[in-house]
Write a protein that binds this ligand. Sequence first.
Ligand code: HEM
Length: 507
Amino acid sequence: MAPGFVSDPIFFTASALVLALALVRLFAKTWERRRSRKYHPVAGTVLNQLLNFGRLHHYMTDLAGRHRTYRLLGPLRSEVYTSDPANVEYMLKTNFENYGKGWHNYTILKDLLGDGIFAVDGDKWRQQRKVSSYEFSTKVLRDFSSVVFQRNVAKLANILSEAASANQIVDIQDLFMKSTLDSIFKVAFGVELDSMCGTSEEGAEFSRAFDDASAMTLWRYVDVSWKIKKFLNIGSEAALKKNVRIIDNFVYKLIRRKIEQMHNSTDNTSMKKEDILSRFLQVTETDQTYLRDIILNFIIAGKDTTAATLSWFIYMLCKHPTIQEKVAREVKQMSNVKEISDFSSCAASMGEEALEKMHYLHATITETLRLYPALPVDAKICFSDDVFPDGFNVREGDMVSFQPYAMGRMKFIWGDDAEDFRPERWLDSNGVFQPESPFKFTAFQAGPRICLGKEFAYRQMKIFSAVLLSCFTFKLADAKKPVNYRTMINLHIDGGLPVSITRRYES
Ligand code: HEM
């Protein structure tokens, strides 16, 4: 037999030994590396979130006060929560590609939001972002939406004026929800819903179903048994399914009507440019499910966020009457409204030029968003092992969230008066608004996925508040009743905001 290495027992044993040693060293090194990795402190478990569900953001703020970044352990994954601006910048911008909605968020959000911009990553996101950003930057949309906001706030002022005459208490949050729903429907889909004046029972049913479905979708983040419930069609999942059916019926009807209008229109070119839905219809007319998803995402973006912020804004002004007066004085001065003859002409005086001069109003809205951000927590999934700027590791599959609500209350970010409502913190010595880093003031997110409707939202909120504060003063109907949020995707006031209204003008 020819001498062969394999048949030599000494050589064989030596090779096996070397290989075994190399494997042991590799294993030891990997183990050592793993062991020496530092992870953010564990502050509790997701069970604690469940137990604190009704006061979830208070609970998370308490934890953030103890650890800038912390972990909560869960049965399936670890959850990392950060309020550190350096970490936020890293995940939203520096290493953007490594943090996204991921499969986890997608499965939770899918039943309500489908494949809409809020739920997806990658090409689906890029395509919707591109078309929507173009639409939002056009002057046509800006001018058209301002007119819609002015018309809707004039309607709202009429309702409030009647309530003032009758000494009636109104739920201002409910009215804001309806008027912003009307506005977004008109701007995005060219449809007059008129839910504010109550002419559409169907619209009211849709709005209710949408709110409930949004609360049940958020519940999935803390309810580990949601998939079983969905399979068995029981409890919150059965209710979610029912609400989604109401939403779908409404939206599909809207899409079919729009397609019909487009087909019947003789002047097809102008028809196609009219609203955001028409624009998307040009891209993907046949896929109605995809259109349904796009629509619902715009509704959730445009309705709840703005209405909730306006409600907290009025709440803050009721708690701080001197600030309410100061805003009203600035609005009067900058808009040149001498007396209120009718609400439509008052609204028409809130043009872009006048609004731009209202720095104190801008600061007061921004201060509201600092303490009451419409999206209190924002979760991403980490796609591969990573190290945050604070030196701690995050693992592939971890859910990583930044927390606008908790961040707005952190002394290490805003100073000792972090919890005080103080619009002046946003103004320089000449009273000019000074923006903050979006990684510190995270209400609109930051980086490539920063809110697309930020300018749109500010314009709507400024037009609404300028008109309402020119015409009325607001007081809490019951100053002793505690005001809290309802835990859901957006930060709504639980049970609404009942206020009494007095006219600022002679009737
Ligand atoms: C006070 C009002 C608003 C606030 C605080 C706000 C905040 C936010 C936040 C935090 C995100 C990131 C959400 C995520 O992680 O997916 C976002 C995204 C977005 N917002 Fe807003 N938003 C407001 C109003 C609006 C309005 C009025 C519109 C449009 C009508 C709008 C359109 C969008 C869109 C399309 C996105 C998705 C961007 C993307 O993923 O690329 N937002 N907004």
